[in-house]
Design a protein. Structure first.
Length: 315
């Protein structure tokens, strides 16, 4: 459990999810964009705030998010209280520019994160904060071999550590609004890929007819990224199986009323068995919610928790 007690309007799971995503007031961060080339002749746009600090915090957004997402903007503002540089990684195709290759990004694609580490070699220490899909990416990365030794801590917020379970949860009636929105954006991008890369045989009509993530991941995500099918993608990309291998301090925050998450997305046993993992499961918070006041002008609860956690591992 955890000590989060939200204001009345934010106790409802869907209001907690939607209000911060749509209506949180903020001052837009003044990023400087750096474009990083990838080994496969594509690119990753990283939006940065660099003041010459020796420590960097890398932020990873969620599905169809970007550095402009309000939860990224909010965390960026919160981190101003720490002496650090901020690197907001935009996954391929999420920065406002269409990426070059048939591939895009997905929940288990850690090679692009490795590319970011290679591109920013001057930092002596690095902390990772990931939201939703981005949280799964960083947890999987930290459990794989050869994670960057400069990483001092990791924080994963509202993270679907079991992708199959989360896919099923999002297919429920209560999540129709979210599923429809995500699929509309994903289909648009995949159809554009099909038109640019006709040799890869994506069927546009089938893509348009996809009714859920399982359909979409079978039609595009799996074949585009070397998986047999959606089931194979979910099994290999879920971070839950990698948690036991993480050897750096890691905080996972998943609200119990997060409608995006299945029961299998609360890794209590894995965290109990690994001394490096801390799991917080507040009763409220929705999906990347955690507002501290009704009008969302104060620091959010998860932002305060992130700052406190990182402070334990900075010189």
């Amino acid at each position: 459990m955890a000590d989060y007690s939200p204001p009345l309007f934010h106790r409802n799971a869907h209001l907690a999810t939607i209000l911060p995503n749509k209506f949180r007031p903020f001052n837009r961060a003044s990023f400087i964009r750096k474009t990083i080339s990838t080994p496969d002749n594509d690119f990753i746009d990283v939006d940065t705030i660099q003041n010459g600090a020796k420590t960097a915090i890398i932020l990873l957004h969620g599905l169809e998010g970007s550095s402009q997402s309000l939860y990224i903007q909010g965390m960026t503002e919160a981190l101003r209280s720490i002496n650090c540089d901020i690197l907001c990684m935009n996954f391929r195709g999420c920065s406002g520019r269409v990426n070059n290759s048939f591939q895009s990004y997905h929940s288990g694609k850690t090679d692009d994160l490795r590319t970011i580490f290679d591109a920013f070699r001057t930092y002596g220490s690095i902390h990772l904060i990931g939201f939703s899909l981005g949280g799964n990416v960083l947890l999987k990365y930290m459990g794989e071999k050869k994670a960057d030794s400069r990483v001092k801590s990791c924080i994963a917020i509202s993270t679907p550590v079991d992708l199959a379970g989360s896919s099923d949860a999002l297919n429920s009636k209560e999540n129709t609004l979210y599923l429809t929105r995500f699929l509309r954006q994903l289909k648009r991008k995949a159809i554009e890929k099909a038109q640019r890369f006709p040799e890869d045989s994506l069927q546009i009509q089938q893509l348009r007819s996809a009714k859920n993530f399982l359909d979409f991941d079978n039609l595009y995500t799996a074949p585009a990224h070397g998986f047999i099918d959606a089931k194979d993608y979910y099994e290999k990309s879920s971070s839950k199986q990698f948690l036991k291998l993480i050897d750096k301090p890691t905080l996972i925050i998943n609200a119990l009323n997060d409608s995006f998450l299945s029961p299998s997305c609360y890794p209590a046993e894995e965290c109990k068995e690994n001394e490096h993992l801390t799991l917080l499961t507040p009763t409220f918070g929705g999906h990347v919610g955690f507002a501290s006041d009704t009008f969302m002008r104060k620091l959010f609860w998860h932002e305060q928790k992130a700052i406190e956690f990182i402070a334990n591992f900075t010189a």
